[in-house]
Write a protein that binds this ligand. Structure first.
Ligand SMILES: *Cc1c(COP(=O)(O)O)cnc(C)c1O
Length: 477
């Protein structure tokens, strides 16, 4: 097509003002701010212009491309992009239970209810109702945390990274923290123990080797500059083979001998002995406190199954000095989080109930029968809708715990697999990911995999509808 002809076609694209005068657009202006509608029309027309510039054959395009019927959905979509929240719920079909990129732990309904209850009105966040005076925001969860863990004192902050930073800064600023070389971990998302240490103002004193650290390594490193002995739970990896580590019990003993506090960053933080439910050993918070350790920190939104938070437990005198650190104010937990955390913790008063109802724990405990029946429900719905060209089957596979917990745990699961002899499942995966709600699946050996462990029963119809919609969109193209 000649450049001049293309120019002529381009000039026929309607103007923003022309579009704005259409009756349908006046309707949109009643619902959305004018600036949003104008921006959407500009963007929509911009796309159209691009299309005209790149399309080979432009014959008849005025009737089809330029018609208002064709343009209107384009504007509507551009409006949605501006006014719809970008942060949205997604369906996690990856089988990774604590998926940091997908928001980690989904909350229990009671936690959600409590968030609404506390957020919609005023609350006693920092008000002591008994005394009628200023109260302490941390007091709401301190009692339950001490009761569940056996600790003397408790404090909660924004997240566990913040908790570690705050503890190191309070206990060891300008002095040395002794830690094994086997525990200088990176958690991902830029949390690395040596870096956090630096920012806290403490000095790293590494001892031992990557695979083996002994009691006398610690003993030799302790000197006048030492402030703290730190243990970090190697939550997201295991060192195997010729290894040796000093247990927390032993470290507490050394700490006592040298009058040095001992801290452990537990990472995930779990109140339930998971081995009783057929899972691998993850040290519980209670066991950790029983060693006599001075301070323990862990996350609220990993195995615990609550909101993002950093929980600090330990000896009262140390916790009191942490509470006085000005950094505590900078890392303070907000009231919505506190509401959700308190509700979640209360569920642990009944361990059985916690295992059955807290979503992360419930998903970890799902048995084959339940996973299979969920898979069958999805299979049935999809078989009705998919038609020929796609093969849908249920298969055995393994899910992961994720979130830097139980890195070696293999959870046998049931997945639904979709494959096609003549079509790529890649575009189906992409289409699902861009749907409403987005569905996050994974591809393994040319098959699209949906793990039944992380999809709830309520999500099965949504998932089926999403697949159906994605396929029909693909067929249109
Ligand atoms: C996950 C983790 C952290 C960081 O916790 P956040 O709550 O994500 O800030 C710190 N230390 C360890 C050992 C962890 O596993």
């Amino acid at each position: 097509m000649s450049p001049t002809l293309r120019q002529q076609v381009l000039r026929k694209i309607p103007s923003v003002d022309e579009i704005l005068s259409r009756e349908e657009i006046v309707g949109l202006l009643r619902v959305h701010p004018r600036a949003v509608v104008v921006e959407a029309i500009r963007k929509g027309l911009g796309r159209l212009r691009k299309k005209v510039l790149h399309q080979e054959d432009l014959s008849g395009c005025e009737e089809t491309l330029f018609s208002f019927e064709n343009l209107f959905p384009l504007f509507q979509k551009e409006i949605d992009l501006q006014v719809q929240p970008r942060l949205c719920r997604v369906i996690n079909a990856t089988g990774i239970v604590i998926h940091t990129n997908l928001g980690r732990a989904p909350l229990h309904p009671l936690a959600l209810k409590q968030i609404v209850e506390v957020a919609k009105a005023y609350s006693n966040l920092e008000y002591d109702l008994a005394l009628g005076e200023r109260g302490d925001r941390y007091a709401h969860v301190e009692g339950i945390l001490c009761r569940l863990s056996g600790a003397e004192s408790a404090l909660v902050v924004n997240n566990n990274a913040g908790a570690v930073l705050l503890c190191l800064n309070t206990m060891a600023e300008g002095r040395e923290v002794v830690i094994s070389r086997g525990e200088l971990v990176e958690i991902g998302g830029a949390f690395r123990i040596p870096d956090v240490m630096k920012r806290s103002g403490a000095f790293l004193r590494e001892v031992g080797t990557t695979n083996r650290t002994h009691l006398n390594d610690y003993q030799r490193a302790i000197g006048p500059g030492s402030a703290l002995l730190l243990k970090v739970h190697t939550s997201n990896f295991r060192v195997m083979g010729f290894t040796a580590e000093v247990s927390l019990d032993e470290l507490v003993q050394i700490g006592r001998e040298h009058h040095l506090p001992v801290m452990e960053d537990l990472g995930s933080g779990c109140f339930v002995d998971l081995t009783r439910y057929g899972l691998e050993k993850e040290p519980t918070v209670q066991e950790t406190i029983r060693t006599g350790v001075d301070v323990v920190t862990f996350s609220g939104d990993k195995l615990l199954g609550g909101p993002q938070a950093g929980i600090i437990l330990g000896k009262k005198d140390i916790l009191d000095s942490i509470k006085l650190n000005p950094l505590t104010r900078a890392l303070r937990i907000d009231k919505l989080t506190l509401a959700a955390l308190e509700s979640t913790l209360l569920l642990y008063l009944d361990e059985q109930r916690a295992m059955e109802e807290i979503p992360t724990l419930q998903m970890l405990g799902l048995d084959r029968r339940k996973l299979k029946s969920r898979g069958r429900r999805l299979l049935k719905r999809l078989q009705e809708k998919l038609g020929r060209g796609f093969q849908v089957t249920l298969k055995e596979d393994v899910s992961q715990v994720g979130g830097g917990a139980l890195p070696l745990q293999e959870l046998p699961t049931i997945v639904l697999s979709i494959k096609s002899p003549d079509r790529s499942v890649k575009s189906l995966e992409e289409s699902l990911r861009k749907g409403i709600p987005p569905i996050i699946s994974r591809i393994s050996k040319e098959e699209l995999i949906f793990d039944m462990r992380t999809v709830s029963d309520e999500e099965i119809p949504l998932l089926a509808a999403g697949v159906e919609k994605a396929l029909s969109q693909m067929n249109e193209k």
